[in-house]
Design a protein around this ligand. Structure first.
Ligand code: UD1
Length: 338
C-alpha cells in the first residue's frame, strides 16, 4: 500500500480518483484550494470508500506549504489534478492559466525533487491534439495547441519529458483524457459546474433537471454521420480507475509516458442526447445553433496504449454514465451547495 498526494482531490476527476485509490487500500492526502470545488466532496469520498483521508486546504503554488506536506508524509507518488480548465476563460485570462497550471506544476515538481519523490501521474487532455489529421488519435499524433488552456497542458508535458530525460529516476505518466462524463453510481459525488456549463454533458443534465430550457447543439453541418460533433465520452469512474493503473505502472517503470484514456468509440451530440433520454426517461429538448468557434468535427482515442501499458480499458457504457450522471444531478440539484 502506498501514500499518495492528490492535488485537486476535491474536483470532479480528483474526487472519483480519491475513491478509487482509497478502495485499493492506499492512503490519500488531498491538497485543494477549493477554487472550483468543495470540501464536501471529500467528506463524501470518505463515506463512499468507508475510509478516511487527509484533507489539506491550500495551493500548489505555496512552496512553504508543499515543503511542510512533503516533510510530514512519506509520499510514494503524486497524482496532480489541480489546475484551471475552462477553455474560454483561458483565452480571457491567460496569465491566470499559465500561473496556476504551469507555475503550479513547477512548484510541485520542485517540492517533489527536494523530497526525493519522483513518481507522478499528471492530468493532461486530448485537447493537446487540436484538430487531428487522422482518427482514432494515437499518442504519436502531433501536438497542436489552439488555446491557452491547451497550451498549459502541452507545456507541462514538455517540462515533464525534459525532466525525465535529465533525471532518469523519475517516473511520469501523463494521462490524456478524452471527454469524461457521468458520476459515481452512489450519486454522492459528481461534476459541479458553478456557472452555465460549457460542456455538453452537464448542460444536458441541467436541461433534464429543468434548470435550462433546452440544449443548443452547436452545428448540424459537421462532416459526421448525423452532422453533429463527435467525441469519445468516457465514464468518470473508468477514468478514475485509469489513474490507479497509471500509478501502478509508474511504480514498475521509469521515464515519461503520455497515454490516451478514452473508449475508442466516437459518439455524436445527438447520440449522447438519445442515450441520455433512453437511460433516464427524461426528454431533452434541443435546437440546432451555429458552430461554436474553436470546435472540431470529430475526436476519438486509440486507447490501445492504455490497454498494452496499463492493462486498462473502459468498461462502462455511455448509458451507465447517463444514468449515474442523472442520479447525481437529481440528488444534488445545487451540486455541493445547500
Ligand atoms: C472541451 C474543450 C476541451 C476540454 C474538454 C473538457 C473546447 C473547444 N474544448 O472539449 O479543451 O478538454 O471540453 O471536457 O471547449 N456541444 C453542444 N452544445 C453545448 C455544449 C457542447 O452542441 O451546449 C457540443 C460541442 O460542439 C461538441 C460536443 O458537444 O461537439 C462536446 O463538447 P464539450 O463537452 O464542450 O467538449 P469538447 O469540445 O470536446
Amino acid at each position: 500500500m502506498a501514500t499518495l498526494l492528490v492535488t485537486g482531490g476535491a474536483g470532479y476527476i480528483g474526487s472519483h480518483t480519491a475513491v478509487a485509490l482509497l478502495q485499493a487500500g492506499h492512503e490519500v492526502v488531498s491538497l485543494d484550494n477549493y477554487a472550483n470545488s468543495s470540501p464536501r466532496a471529500l467528506e463524501r469520498v470518505q463515506r463512499i470508500a468507508a475510509r478516511p483521508l487527509t484533507a489539506v486546504e491550500g495551493d500548489v503554488r505555496d512552496a512553504a506549504l508543499l515543503a511542510r506536506l512533503f516533510s510530514q508524509h512519506a509520499f510514494d507518488g503524486v497524482v496532480h489534478f489541480a489546475a484551471l480548465k475552462a477553455v474560454g476563460e483561458s483565452v480571457a485570462r491567460p496569465l491566470a492559466y499559465y500561473e496556476n497550471n504551469v507555475g503550479g506544476t513547477l512548484s510541485l515538481l520542485h517540492a517533489m525533487q527536494a523530497a526525493g519523490v519522483r513518481r507522478l501521474v499528471f492530468s493532461s487532455s486530448a485537447t493537446v491534439y487540436g484538430a487531428p489529421d487522422a482518427l482514432p488519435i494515437t499518442e504519436q499524433a502531433p501536438i497542436r495547441v489552439t488555446n491557452p488552456y491547451g497550451a498549459t497542458k502541452a507545456m507541462v508535458e514538455q517540462v515533464l519529458r525534459d525532466l525525465c530525460a535529465a533525471e532518469p529516476e523519475w517516473s511520469v505518466v501523463s494521462l490524456r483524457y478524452f471527454n469524461p462524463i457521468g458520476a459515481h453510481p452512489s450519486g454522492e459525488i459528481g461534476e459541479d459546474p458553478h456557472d452555465i456549463p460549457n460542456n455538453l454533458f452537464p448542460f444536458i443534465c441541467q436541461v433534464a433537471a429543468g434548470r435550462r430550457e433546452r440544449l443548443s447543439v452547436w452545428g448540424n453541418d459537421w462532416p459526421t454521420a448525423d452532422g453533429t460533433g463527435v467525441r469519445d465520452y468516457l465514464h468518470v469512474v473508468d477514468l478514475a480507475a485509469g489513474h490507479l493503473r497509471a500509478f501502478e505502472y509508474a511504480r514498475r517503470h521509469t521515464g515519461f509516458e503520455a497515454i490516451n484514456l478514452g473508449t475508442g468509440r466516437g459518439v455524436s451530440v445527438l447520440q449522447l442526447v438519445h442515450a441520455f433520454e433512453a437511460a433516464t426517461g427524461q426528454r431533452i429538448p434541443y435546437r440546432f445553433a451555429a458552430r461554436r468557434p474553436g470546435d472540431i468535427a470529430a475526436c476519438w482515442a486509440d486507447p490501445s496504449a492504455a490497454e498494452r501499458l496499463l492493462g486498462w480499458r473502459a468498461q462502462l457504457s455511455i448509458e451507465q454514465a447517463c444514468a449515474d450522471g442523472w442520479r447525481w444531478q437529481r440528488q444534488n440539484p445545487n451540486g455541493y451547495r445547500d
